[in-house]
Structure formats: C-alpha cells, structure tokens
Ligand binder design. Sequence first.
Ligand code: Z5A
Length: 210
Amino acid sequence: MTNKARFITLEGSEGAGKTTALKTIKKILNKWGVDYICTREPGGEPNAEKIREILLHSEHLHAKTELLLMFAARNEHIQNVIKPNLAKGVWVVSDRFVDASYAYQGGGRKLGQGVVKWMDDFIVGDVQADLTVLMDIAPEIGLERIKSRGQADRIEQEGLDFFHRITQSYRDKAKLNPSKYAIIDASKSFKIVKQSIISAFESKKQELMP
Ligand code: Z5A
C-alpha cells in the first residue's frame, strides 16, 4: 500500500444514520483494499472514553465545560490513535470529529464559531479530515427516528431549536470548503442513502488514491 493514509470523518445531527453509513463506508474501503481503523468521538481511546461518560451522562455541564472536554478528549484521540495510525499508513474513519464541535457547541450551545476555530487551530492543527461525509437531515426526521431508542442521553434531551442550529452549522461549515465534503441526503431510504455514499466515494476515489 503506497498511497498516503487518509482521514475520513462522518458527521450529522441525531438519527441521521451515521451508524448505518459506517457499514457502507467499511464495505467500500474493504473493496478498495485499504488498511483502516474505525473510531469515534467523543472517545476512541481509554482516557477519551472516560471523558465521554462525563459528557453524555453528567446531570449538568456548563456549555464551556462541554467544549473544553470535547477538545480534551479529542487531543487524547488525536495523539494516541489518529496520528499514529495515519503515520504508519493506516486510514482512519472517525464517527464524528471537530465539525461536531462547530455544530453542537458553536451552533447548538451558541458559543459561536470563533472560539471553536481557536480550539481547532490549537488542538487539531493540521490533522484535518481529507473527506467529511455529512449526513444531512432535517432534525424533525432524525429525532423521530431515534424516538423509539429509549432513554436519551444529556445532549439528546435538548429541544428542536438546538438541533436546527446544529443542522445549519454543519451546512455552513461545509459551504466554507465544499470540495472536502460529501453531503448525503440522509432523509432518503436506506437504499438511496447507501447508493449516494457509494457514488460519493467513487467520485472522490482518484483524489483519495491517486
Ligand atoms: N458531540 C458534541 O456535542 N460535540 C463534539 O465535538 C462531538 C460530539 C464529537 C455523541 O453521541 C454525542 O456527542 C452527540 C454529539 C455530541 N450528540 N448527542 N446526543 P453518540 O455517539 O452516542 O450518538 P450520535 O453520534 O448522535 O449517533 P446516533 O444518535 O446513534 O445517530 P446515528 O448514528 O446518526 O443514527 P443511526 O443509529 O445510524 O440511526 C438512527 C435510527 O434511524 C436507527 O433506528 C436506524 O435504523 C434509523 N435509520 C437510519 N437510516 C435510516 C434511513 N435511511 N431511513 C429510515 N431509518 C433510518
């Protein structure tokens, strides 16, 4: 495998179908014959998984604490998982990464994009995704899909306005650098979503594996 290892991230609001999309992405990468790992945020390594517990299951957290913990977990994840794998030629697929902080903390929590950009520069630096698959969905549809899942975590308990701001922030971020994104209409059927992901990867293949 002589090609440069690539960093792929998967993003979207609640119930967008990221877990389902990941299965399709794995099949594509298997077919391409690349060596890869799948990981997630917040989490992906032991310290970051402990921080995930605090983030998702604390009774209350201030918005700025949430932002700081997201980036603390991310730093552990970058240093201990993402960078070492990319350095040894292994592709990394992450279920959520820094765009989620722009969307949830910058947009949802109204902390603004500026402070997230500052943290992004400080913590992420040049470890940016080569491709971000954005599962774009209206919050009404996404939330309806996850309704039957039982107990919602701390973030999932927010109101509809919060999720509208998230969806908008994701779209705004993608507009800043459109060539880096594959925007998938996640409101469509499983079959159409799967086909859209396959088509998006096919059209990016030359760029990812020159
Ligand atoms: N967070 C943050 O605030 N800031 C950050 O920087 C980062 C994260 C990195 C992580 O939660 C939380 O952390 C998350 C953002 C925040 N917010 N919350 N809460 P998580 O990892 O536990 O969960 P998630 O990332 O939000 O994933 P999810 O809720 O499980 O959604 P999903 O993976 O996108 O959906 P899914 O499980 O694939 O599908 C949901 C349901 O819809 C399921 O029943 C499917 O069968 C169904 N589905 C999927 N696709 C379809 C289609 N096409 N048609 C019909 N039904 C479908």
